[in-house]
Design a protein around this ligand. Structure first.
Ligand SMILES: Cc1cc2nc3c(=O)[nH]c(=O)nc-3n(C[C@H](O)[C@H](O)[C@H](O)COP(=O)(O)OP(=O)(O)OC[C@H]3O[C@@H](n4cnc5c(N)ncnc54)[C@H](O)[C@@H]3O)c2cc1C
Length: 466
């Protein structure tokens, strides 16, 4: 098995010619720091809204899309499974507006690929949540009720155990629910395609250009990299988990966890045998979630969000390459799909997850209203980053449109404790949840300490789950 930092998707998508690092002083209308989906969609929509604007994007890696945006599971979802949680935080109408915007974002990504000839393997698909333990049955009930009560019952549909098995046979699966208007894609192909379209549209991209300082400047903002500086009227910080770093703008608002994926060799005949040919992407209902999908060449990509909590924003090391977590993911892959016994896992990789206390993305205005920072997707950013990018573009260009007023802009969220308490607490809670969920999977009563520890986030106003 090839276990690397960047993973299979990036390898499969192939190389691109890197843009040179920033060298010298540059002026811009909008500066975007971070060349993942959020930064790239922000730049894209800013250029669409104001074709004459000078947009500069700085990316620290040698190529855009080498972080989580190029390595994720490729589930491209709207946020219907989070509707109940959004409703609780923001109220009915604002929650529905965000869910509708996230729904449109999925369609927009498909249309973008179509219109610009980006072969990102975009495939409309159901997003299915299943239960794999009696304790998890009906985990989607609140989301279903929210859709029903807010007049959008078609967005989430319940599935009986038999209906789940019709879509994908596994001895582990019980009943579930499906969000029918989702999609899957090849993440690194989308990132590279988006980058190519940005360049074609005239966005100036500087790669291998980490922003070392970002501050207010007369009438705007200034970012410095090792080779130069950019002064711009407005700034967008879309640096993912790095926003949690010691001096990062979201150090009190994020937890950096990690997620890892293992990939099988092509197994199209196994997919035929278990009836998993409709392209559905599937998750179980654990907090330390398993997520799995098929690929164009008949592989199964199987991810597990149970990776360790990083101290501060240590986004390298075990946040990216963790053999223990990949081994657990592999074991769970065969538990869920015994039909794979004897078939090989060929690749493993992982990456940091920017988890917010609400498990919802957040856009935060930095004083004095000239820059915005966005993160907190908690492992669900592929679709929503398009929506957030559109919002960031509106804010950076002072457009007072609907996108600028979606409920995740400057929403109140609980704070996380400072380090090292945050890491100590976060790891204890992760281990408590892990033990509780393992007991539940074996239909055992979890031990009282693990159950109590798993309840702590809720008592602090944090939300774990969808
Ligand atoms: C293993 C894994 C599986 C996942 N699966 C899914 C999934 O199936 N579906 C889903 O919706 N989401 C999934 N996610 C989450 C999803 O990948 C993210 O939510 C999404 O990519 C966030 O995009 P972003 O642009 O905000 O952040 P990132 O992709 O993290 O991009 C941030 C960029 O900023 C750059 N950067 C950092 N610091 C600096 C600096 N100082 N200066 C300049 N640039 C900087 C980074 O190099 C990076 O390119 C997964 C994530 C992982 C790790």
């Amino acid at each position: 098995m090839e276990h690397t930092r960047l993973g299979y998707w990036i390898e499969e998508a192939g190389e691109a010619v890197a843009r040179p690092p920033l060298n010298g002083r540059v002026e811009a209308d909008v500066l975007v720091a971070g060349g993942g989906y959020t930064g790239m969609w922000s730049a894209w929509y800013a250029k669409q809204l104001e074709p004459g604007a000078r947009i500069v994007l700085l990316e620290s890696e040698p190529l855009c899309g080498r972080g989580p945006s190029g390595r994720n599971g490729g589930f491209c979802n709207a946020m219907w499974f989070s509707l109940a949680s959004m409703r609780e935080r923001w109220g009915d109408a604002p929650a529905l507006e965000v869910a509708a915007a996230a729904e449109r974002a999925v369609a927009r990504i498909g249309a973008f690929c179509e219109e610009h000839g980006v072969d990102a393997w975009f495939r409309p698909a159901g997003y299915v949540q299943v239960s794999t333990a009696p304790a998890h049955d009906g985990a989607w009930a609140r989301a279903l009720a929210a859709c029903r009560e807010l007049g959008v019952p078609q967005m989430l549909q319940p599935l009986s155990a038999a209906e789940v098995q019709e879509r994908c046979q596994s001895p582990a699966f019980r009943a579930g629910a499906v969000s029918p208007t989702s999609a899957t894609l090849q993440p690194a192909r989308l990132a590279l395609g988006l980058r190519a379209q940005l360049l074609a549209a005239g966005v100036e991209i500087f790669e291998a250009s980490p922003v070392r300082s970002f501050r207010e400047a007369p009438d705007g903002v200034e970012a410095r990299t090792p080779g130069g500086s950019v002064r711009a009227a407005r700034g967008v910080l879309a640096i993912g988990s790095a926003a949690k770093s010691r001096r990062g703008p979201l150090r009190g608002r994020l937890t950096v966890a990690s997620s890892h994926i293992v990939l099988t060799e092509p197994v199209p005949e196994v997919l035929e045998r278990i009836g998993w040919t409709n392209g559905d992407c599937i998750t179980d209902s654990r907090s330390l979630i398993h997520y799995f999908r098929t690929t164009r060449d008949g592989r199964i990509a199987f991810g597990w969000g149970g990776g360790r909590i990083a101290a501060g924003a240590r986004t390298r090391g075990r946040a990216e390459v963790d053999a223990d977590v990949a081994a657990v993911a592999t074991a769970h892959l065969y538990d869920y799909f015994p039909a794979l016994r004897g078939r090989r896992v060929t690749h493993a990789w992982g990456g940091p997850i920017d988890a917010s206390p609400t498990h919802l993305p957040a856009v935060t205005t930095l004083p004095p209203h000239r820059a915005w920072v966005a993160a907190g997707y908690t492992g669900n950013g592929v679709g929503p980053s398009n929506m957030v990018g559109r919002t960031l573009a509106a804010l950076a260009l002072d457009r007072d449109d609907d996108h600028a007023h979606l409920a995740f802009v400057d929403a109140r969220t609980p704070r996380v404790p400072p380090e090292p308490f945050h890491w100590l607490g976060g790891e204890s809670i992760r281990l408590g949840i892990l033990r509780k969920e393992e007991a539940e999977m074996q239909n055992r009563q979890p031990d009282p300490v693990s159950s109590a520890v798993a309840r702590v986030p809720g008592l602090l106003g944090f939300h774990i789950g969808r």
